[in-house]
Design a protein around this ligand. Structure first.
Ligand code: PA5
Length: 401
């Protein structure tokens, strides 16, 4: 499927949300060169990638305007496991109509690839009826655990990510995560540590990356940890109300924004640092005349050295304030290590779910918001509920800016 659609493809637009989008964004930032979309076609390993995980009209309209003359060379990957999600459905309808109008009635089936459940959902019905190319989300794999299925692999493959190495890294980690001995099982070790902190009141789990390439991996983790572990009943249906709150942070940027709170605010956090031993490239700070005495210490050092020194300094500063942290170290960032990292957290999430005695694979609390959106937008079978939201809207207080 990748080989067929890559040929002549200038831009790939992913339409999806939550688990259907965050994995692709994470893989792209980690494994494609920085500023990938700004590179000339000949230098890129694949098409430009745009992941549209929102229905903001200015953002979405802006993208459609930008595609303009390049529309003919654009592929759209519509991703929705349920095939029912309102945001993705709205985007799909807009894009399909635009393709029909601008490029003719056959354009949607040439340019849209759908990733959805193999059998159920409205999107699957459309695929069957209109004959789009389609990929399957495997049975039993929820959105936030789906980055290593067609959901994440198709966009990554299109953009030139080495899928064999990515899956190789993930397989290696899944074997380690099956070890019975905790000492040999990094996922169990991670879950046990974070659970031990959680029960001792460290309920905010801050993942702080000291690599720009890993900054969107922290966003992916945030969804995985939050949606899987924030639950009000245990596996027997008894009330429990549990769940660590995941927070993402970026070093060094957030040192100048969050670290004051992290050191002197409530001691309710555990920090998970992401560190890189060898960056793919480095930038030297020049020596030479004209460097003031006060800045001489920087001469001849590199940005990688500075970044990692700042990480260690921050780790130290937090420890000095009695704030616990752990570090996950990447020898290098590549498809294999990113695959390992993804599988590490997917396994750790499952184990953490077991330790909290909750089901990490459902997300019942997300449904009310979805149903009320359907009601407000007039979906058949949901209209009666709209009165409730409308009454609520009248009563609530408002700040107007
Ligand atoms: O992890 C999840 O299950 C969710 O975040 C979903 O991915 C998200 O709600 C989108 O659902 P769908 O893929 O069915 O459109």
């Amino acid at each position: 499927m990748v080989t067929r659609h890559r040929l002549g493809c200038e831009s790939l637009v992913v339409l999806g949300i939550g688990g259907s989008a965050l994995g692709s964004i994470a893989l792209q930032t980690a494994l494609s060169p920085p500023f990938h979309n700004a590179m000339p076609t000949a230098k890129r390993r694949g098409p430009k990638l745009f992941v549209m995980d929102n229905v903001d009209p200015v953002q979405f309209g802006g993208l459609l305007d930008r595609l303009g003359p390049a529309l003919r060379k654009t592929k759209f990957n519509v991703i929705s496991k349920s095939g029912e999600t309102a945001e993705t459905a709205a985007q799909f309808l807009i894009v399909r109509e635009m393709l029909r109008k601008k490029l003719g009635s056959k354009a949607p089936s040439r340019q849209i690839i759908v990733t959805t459940d193999a059998r159920s959902g409205t999107l699957r019905e459309i695929v069957e009826k209109d004959g789009y190319d389609a990929l399957e989300v495997p049975d039993g794999v929820g959105g936030r655990f789906s980055v290593l299925s067609a959901v994440g692999l198709f966009p990554a493959g299109m953009c030139g990510v080495d899928l064999t190495r990515l899956l190789g890294g993930a397989t290696e980690m899944s074997e380690r995560a099956a070890a019975r001995s905790v000492r040999k099982n990094p996922a169990a070790m991670l879950a046990l540590l974070l659970h031990a902190f959680y029960v001792r009141g460290k309920r905010l789990h801050v993942m702080m990356s000291y690599s720009y390439q890993l900054k969107d991996v922290t966003d992916w983790y945030r969804q995985l940890w939050a949606e899987s572990l924030g639950k009000q009943v245990d596996t027997e249906g008894r009330p429990v109300v549990v769940g660590p709150t995941p927070i993402k942070a970026l070093g060094v940027t957030d040192q100048h924004s969050q670290v004051q709170l992290y050191r002197e605010g409530p001691n309710d956090k555990v920090f998970i640092f992401l560190e890189v031993e060898r960056f793919g490239s480095d930038v030297k700070i020049p020596r030479g005349a004209g460097v003031p005495e006060a800045l001489a210490y920087l001469q001849g050092a590199s940005l990688a050295e500075l970044l990692n020194a700042e990480k260690l300094a921050t780790e130290y500063a937090l420890a000095e304030s009695g704030r616990p942290s752990l570090t996950i170290r990447f020898p290098r960032i590549n498809a294999a290590t990113v695959g390992q990292f993804i599988m590490l957290w997917e396994a750790a999430t499952t184990i953490m779910g077991g330790l909290l005695n909750i089901n990490p694979y459902d997300q019942p609390a997300v449904q009310t918001g979805k149903d009320m959106t359907y009601a407000l937008m007039g979906r058949g079978g949901f209209q009666k509920r709209s009165a409730k939201v409308e009454r609520f809207a009248k009563r609530r207080g408002k700040f107007v800016v």
